[in-house]
Design a protein around this ligand. Structure first.
Ligand SMILES: C[S@@+](CC[C@H](N)C(=O)[O-])C[C@H]1O[C@@H](n2cnc3c(N)ncnc32)[C@H](O)[C@@H]1O
Length: 233
């Protein structure tokens, strides 16, 4: 399905997507506060609340959905926040092209598309390859939060991440169903209203493991991205 692209004029929207070198976040935010990334921000409920709670953190909220970016920008602009920027970009593309290794204080992924059909599971964003790659971009001690309503996705991510070098489980169990203080996203609320559980996973980039000890990765090209086109855009 092709998206009708509505231009976004918010000052908090990053239009420069050339990504020919890692982006200069200090210049973009006007300070050198730590950088957190929300992948798949949807229409911005989560990032709005989290950024209000953590004014000392810079948040980059990304989504491939133009209307989601537009609505996220509107929320951030209305709230007068200066610690959030929004970008319409694919997560793996951003990691490969726009980020320095060990540059992220925290990464949040809330209710990613679950691709419930067995034959579509390989389309899921968070898999072993993704997690191995992400470990290179988290700072030592940086946090990774993942939430889903989909039990099979939670089981899969928990099983993958628990066996990976470079991550350390911050919970007493593979997942929990409540995470006090964690903002509720639009999709989380939708599932909670139906009486479904949310699975929360929280790992930290292990400080005892240097980046050079992590498995080398090449970023898997997301099936949604036309990398040739992205490179030529
Ligand atoms: C089910 S929605 C959840 C939105 C929001 N996180 C929430 O919990 O309300 C998943 C979002 O992830 C975005 N998305 C999916 N794959 C992505 C990718 N590879 N990179 C960036 N965003 C992605 C979709 O466009 C969609 O807005």
């Amino acid at each position: 399905m092709t998206q009708r692209i509505i231009p976004i004029h918010s000052p908090n929207f990053i239009t420069d997507k050339t990504l020919d070198s890692p982006m200069d976040w200090t210049a973009i935010f006007g300070n050198s506060h730590p950088l957190a990334l929300e992948i798949g921000c949807g229409i911005g409920h989560f990032v709005l609340e989290q950024a209000l709670k953590q004014p000392e953190i810079n948040f980059l909220a990304i989504d491939i959905y133009n209307k989601g970016c537009l609505k996220t920008c509107a929320k951030i602009d209305d709230a007068g926040l200066d610690n959030v920027r929004v970008m319409r970009v694919e997560a793996r593309w951003l990691m490969a092209k726009g980020l320095q290794p060990e540059s992220l204080e925290a990464v949040y992924i809330n209710c990613p598309d679950p691709w419930p059909k067995k034959r579509h599971r390989r389309r899921r964003l968070v898999n072993r390859d993704f997690l191995e790659t992400l470990a290179h971009y988290l700072k030592p001690g940086g946090d990774f939060f993942f939430s889903t309503d989909f039990d099979d996705y939670a089981e899969d991510v928990a099983a993958q991440i628990c066996g990976l070098t470079g991550y350390h489980n911050k919970l007493q169990s593979d997942w929990v169903h409540t995470m006090p203080g964690y903002p509720i996203s639009k999709y989380m609320q939708r599932f909670l209203d139906k009486g479904q559980h949310i699975y929360f996973i929280h790992h930290q980039r292990d400080t005892a493991v240097s980046r050079h000890e992590l498995p080398a990765t090449s970023v898997q090209r997301g099936f949604r991205v036309d990398w040739q086109k992205a490179e030529n855009d």
